[in-house]
Design a binder for this molecule. Structure first.
Ligand SMILES: CC(C)(COP(=O)(O)OP(=O)(O)OC[C@H]1O[C@@H](n2cnc3c(N)ncnc32)[C@H](O)[C@@H]1OP(=O)(O)O)[C@@H](O)C(=O)NCCC(=O)NCCS
Length: 163
């Protein structure tokens, strides 16, 4: 069994992306073909989990976003200022190479993203995620993410609870 990665670093095109295999072709293709463009255009930031041998074991992306107040559960929205929307950070993609699945890496990357979002100097109310299917949504619910009203695949976790 390969050793679990020990570090998460900002994306660098020097790392080999050609063999990354999460079992989700769109997520693998994004890492191979699109992420460098998104980073260059500043529409996403990407972070990589690396093994000691510098292989990519997982990745996630972050970008700013906003959540309509009306999409938050009433008991949470009631405690926020009466803005139309609140600021958020979106984790648009999260993927773990199949070699490492079920060993805690996905959870560790999610915690890393939450920590990064919660410790930013730029305020955001929540980390929001776009789950690609019901199974992915169940993964986020396992970490106490709550559904947004617009779709059961859109979930959020208030960052104040993370801090
Ligand atoms: C979803 C994914 C990131 C999970 O990564 P992973 O490394 O296999 O998950 P972990 O081993 O870190 O699991 C952490 C915890 O989540 C739980 N978990 C994992 N997948 C789950 C699921 N689908 N539903 C509910 N809980 C789940 C595990 O049981 C574990 O619980 P524990 O800490 O209480 O033991 C990974 O399977 C993946 O890359 N899938 C393909 C892409 C994808 O679906 N991305 C999701 C966002 S679109």
């Amino acid at each position: 069994m390969s050793r679990l990665p020990s570090r998460v670093v900002a994306f660098d095109a020097a790392y080999d992306r050609s063999t990354f295999n999460s079992g989700s072709e769109p997520l693998d293709r994004y890492l191979r073909e699109q992420v460098t463009q998104d980073i260059r255009r500043r529409v996403a930031a990407c972070f990589l989990a690396l093994t000691d041998e510098q292989h990519i074991a997982g990745y996630y992306t972050l970008a700013t976003a906003s959540v309509p107040l009306a999409d938050l559960p009433a008991d949470i929205g009631r405690k926020l200022p009466r803005y139309r929307a609140v600021p958020a950070i979106r984790m648009g993609r999260l993927a773990v190479d199949q070699t490492f699945k079920g060993q805690g890496l996905g959870g560790a990357l999610l915690v890393n993203a939450l920590w990064r979002a919660a410790s930013s100097e730029i305020a955001a109310f929540a980390l929001i995620v776009d789950a690609k299917d019901d199974q992915a949504a169940a993964f986020y619910r396992h970490y106490e993410f709550l559904e947004l009203a617009d779709s059961p695949l859109h979930l959020f976790l208030p960052l104040a609870t993370v801090r």
